[in-house]
Design a protein around this ligand. Structure first.
Ligand code: KG4
Ligand code: ZN
Length: 322
């Protein structure tokens, strides 16, 4: 729940991590069922700070995509039913625009133009928000998203889902120099599959004596060092791309957003590398998927383009950034 698009009144997240963890990743069917079971409670809890409840709501924003179609449908249908029942305007928003706007929401001093590095489980994009409502994608990944690479490497190392936080945790005790990994640098994009494969080969090259029955390294110091080395290489690759984009656009303001922006090594490295610029890395609760960021992007969309015609569909492949 937002007031005037930029003040957070509530930001309720119903996490499904515990439900998916035993499966080692998101199970789409379980995810959409859990959305259906939880959405009414989440909306009710989000409304609590409003004295008049729904009577105090002026407009509704909902994620239209990208994401899993079953989950998106639950949200889109629920939000449109609610808006229709209350006669409220509604906007369907790209969840990636939400990530771009999470920085605007996090820092009242941030205004476009700014560069946003969007790093999540499904996306690795460098975007320029030129003005409100106008975003241009400058760079993207050729293969895996960086969050996906964290999740896959975690699996190679026998670490639990979600992989990002698990790698960050064990990397703290590791030696990044013990297993040097290559960096992939492209002139106009990102690539993470080579890095992931390099970890796979490093694990294989340990030999059977050092691997458990599941094929993961049995020595925790090896796991920690591989995790540290992977994390350092991934952060290096992201920074190299971001630096290129910043140079190319002459950016003065830089934001790092999305679930992987929760990563401490990345947060610190960005602040250091761009110390002369205005750098915004939202607090953790605004990095991973959340409702407030969708509200902020929706508020701008409503202001600039007006409400959407009710009856719109979810769009799992939506690639809009504002
Ligand atoms: O934005 P998000 O919550 O959902 C998507 O839109 O995908 O991002 C989830 C991704 C997952 O791949 C997860 O492993 C990663 O963000 N992630 C992290 C950290 N926390 C979450 N990656 C690295 N370090 C973290 N601390
Ligand atoms: Zn996301």
């Amino acid at each position: 729940m937002l007031h005037d698009g930029r003040t957070i009144l509530s930001n309720v997240v119903s996490s499904q991590i515990a439900m998916h963890a035993p499966h080692g990743g998101v199970v789409p069917e379980l995810a959409s069922r859990a959305h259906l079971e939880n959405i009414a409670d989440v909306v009710d809890t989000a409304l609590r700070p409003l004295p008049g409840g729904l009577d105090d709501v002026d407009a509704v924003a909902v994620t239209r995509g990208p994401g899993l179609v079953g989950c998106l449908l639950v949200g889109a249908l629920y939000a449109q039913s609610l808006a229709a029942a209350r006669g409220l305007p509604i906007v369907g928003v790209s969840h990636l625009a939400g990530h771009v706007y999470s920085a605007w929401l996090a820092d009242a001093a941030l205004e476009p133009p700014y560069l946003a590095l969007v790093v999540s489980g499904g996306h690795t994009d460098c975007v320029e928000l030129r003005e409100h409502g106008v975003a241009v994608r400058l760079m993207s990944t050729r293969d895996d998203a960086v969050g996906e690479a964290f999740d896959k490497v975690a699996r190679l190392l026998g670490l639990p889902y979600p992989g990002g936080p698990a790698i960050q945790r064990v990397a703290e005790g590791g030696d990044a120099r013990r297993f040097p990994l290559p960096r992939t640098r492209l002139p106009d994009g990102f690539s993470f599959s080579g890095l992931k494969t390099a970890v796979r080969y490093a694990v294989r090259d340990l030999g059977p004596a050092q691997l458990s029955a599941e094929g993961v390294p049995s020595d925790p110091t090896v796991v920690a060092s591989l995790a540290a080395s992977f994390q350092e290489a991934a952060v290096d690759q992201l920074l190299a791309g971001l630096e290129q984009a910043a140079h190319h656009t002459g950016a003065e303001r830089i934001a790092v957003v999305g679930g992987v922006a929760a990563n401490r090594a990345l947060r610190e490295a960005v602040r250091q590398r761009f110390s002369g610029l205005q750098v915004v890395v939202p607090p953790l609760a605004l990095c991973t998927d959340n409702a407030a960021m969708v509200g902020a992007a929706g508020w701008q969309r409503l202001r600039l383009r007006g409400p959407d015609v009710p009856g719109f569909d979810a769009d799992p492949g939506l690639a809009e950034f504002a």
